[in-house]
Design a protein around this ligand. Structure first.
Ligand SMILES: CC(C)(COP(=O)(O)OP(=O)(O)OC[C@H]1O[C@@H](n2cnc3c(N)ncnc32)[C@H](O)[C@@H]1OP(=O)(O)O)[C@@H](O)C(=O)NCCC(=O)NCCS
Length: 183
């Protein structure tokens, strides 16, 4: 059965400021997360099953935002298997209708402020050179933590991505302060 299309937040949103609530996901959120990601190019749309695993097995490293009863923000992540004190941020998605209000930054800050992630000393992610919003988001987070941001080509367009998409730069932010403010 095909999933219903993501309902853009703008359609269901009241005018004026909307309060967002941030929380850990659960499996029941998987379909809404899947639809949000599909509405947020250039993100890869992985399978719904992948989002279900993220929202259940990896819930401690993921966070979602709700506004007016809709899932409007999402970060998936996991601890790097070879370095569990580094949190790999897989995808960040904010509904187009509520971008530019600091929600992406709030999600990232709140995720890293979780007591269960207090031992995380660095975050890593990959960003394509043209994704200005993503660079600004992670640079803003690094600045807010007073932590250096380093980057280098990681997955090369020709060597790893079969010439089909832009190279992905590996971005590392750390060392992070041990006491991190909540969003
Ligand atoms: C990237 C994304 C998550 C940002 O969400 P957001 O809630 O709008 O981000 P914020 O409002 O917290 O803004 C964070 C920073 O990015 C900047 N920014 C936001 N959109 C921008 C854009 N289109 N171009 C340049 N800078 C941008 C903001 O000015 C802010 O910078 P500042 O801290 O210096 O003021 C959102 O644009 C998105 O979902 N994009 C599509 C999916 C994607 O590319 N995800 C990232 C890769 S995993």
């Amino acid at each position: 059965m095909a999933l219903p299309a993501h309902q853009p937040a703008a359609k269901g949103f009241p005018h004026g400021p909307v309060a967002f609530s941030l929380r850990k996901p659960q499996a029941a959120d998987g379909a809404a997360i899947h639809r949000l990601i599909a509405a947020c190019p250039p993100l890869d749309v992985n399978s719904l099953y992948c989002n279900l695993l993220q929202a259940s097995h990896f819930a401690d490293c993921c966070i979602l935002a709700e506004g007016a009863g809709l899932v409007v923000g999402w970060i998936s992540g996991y601890r790097l298997p070879v370095d569990p004190r580094t949190l790999f941020v897989w995808q960040v998605a904010v509904d187009p209708a509520v971008r530019g209000q600091g929600l992406g930054q709030r999600l990232l800050t709140a995720l890293l402020a979780r007591p269960g992630l207090g031992d995380i000393t660095a975050i890593a992610t990959t960003i394509t050179p043209s994704n200005r919003a993503s660079w600004a988001l992670f640079q803003g987070f690094a600045d807010s933590q007073g932590a250096p941001l380093r980057h280098d080509t990681h997955f090369d367009r020709e060597r790893h991505l079969a010439g089909t998409q832009e190279s992905e730069h590996l971005v590392t932010i750390g060392p992070l302060p041990t006491m991190r403010a909540a969003a």
